[in-house]
Write a protein that binds this ligand. Sequence first.
Ligand code: PDD
Length: 280
Amino acid sequence: RIAYVNGRYVAHRDAAVHIEDRGYQFADGVYEVCEVARGFIVDMKRHLDRLDRSLRELRIDWPIGRKPLEIVLREVVRRNQVFNGLVYVQVTRGVASRDFLFPADTMSSLVVTARKVNPALAAKRAEDGIKVITVPENRWDRVDIKSVGLLPNVLAKQQAKEAGAQEAWFVDEDGNVKEGGSSNAWIVTKDGVLVTRPAEHGILRGITRTTIFDVAAKLGLKIEERSFSVAEAKAAREAFISSATTIAMPVVAIDGQTVANGHPGSTTLSLRQAFFDVAE
Ligand code: PDD
């Protein structure tokens, strides 16, 4: 495997950044995960737009230009012969001796990796559906920035795993679902309406979430952007999560309680089916 690190393509096992990289010391960096499907990077433009926004919000410089970055992404995918899989991009504020303040004259660091994912495994998972648990929101209020500071997400997802589930949903003080540890959260009402929390209210604006709006429009499905409670989700006709790694993935149980008949919902599966016809 090959990785890209600050201007060089290197063997993945030897790829390294300096111990005083601010990503390592302060989680002072941002990232993107893009799906690779049939050799193409799905929604690359939207991912790079969001990367640009994350960098601006944190006042981190672009490490290289946008066009060169697009070339690097495609090149890492190509060199690793990834036909179906993921490409990961990380930008940190760079290497400087440890000090909380922004370093002067430091170049930001760029790392790009890619790996294959077996599409049959994802398909199998979608046939079974996944289980989620709910956990109290304990993250900072800038989760709209795709920062590499993911410790609450790590702990929540580990807790989910230990409870026999595959995702944890963060719940706000009002009992409303925010999003998953690494995905957005959705339900389908009895009337067949898709419901997902407004992106302005303490969640990451998922790229898959945005593309699902396009897919829903094409399928003639209605979307309501509003908060929904854990109780509403448990009583919903369907529930699902979305992310670059899962696309639309049915949720069949929440905190051990089955959703509907405990099988993946048909609306979720049709969104999943239609996704790659719509995504660019
Ligand atoms: N996570 N919310 C959170 C907290 C996320 O970490 C992610 C993605 C999403 C979905 O965003 P998108 O549709 O753009 O993937 C929502 C990636 C996949 C990860 O951390 O691996």
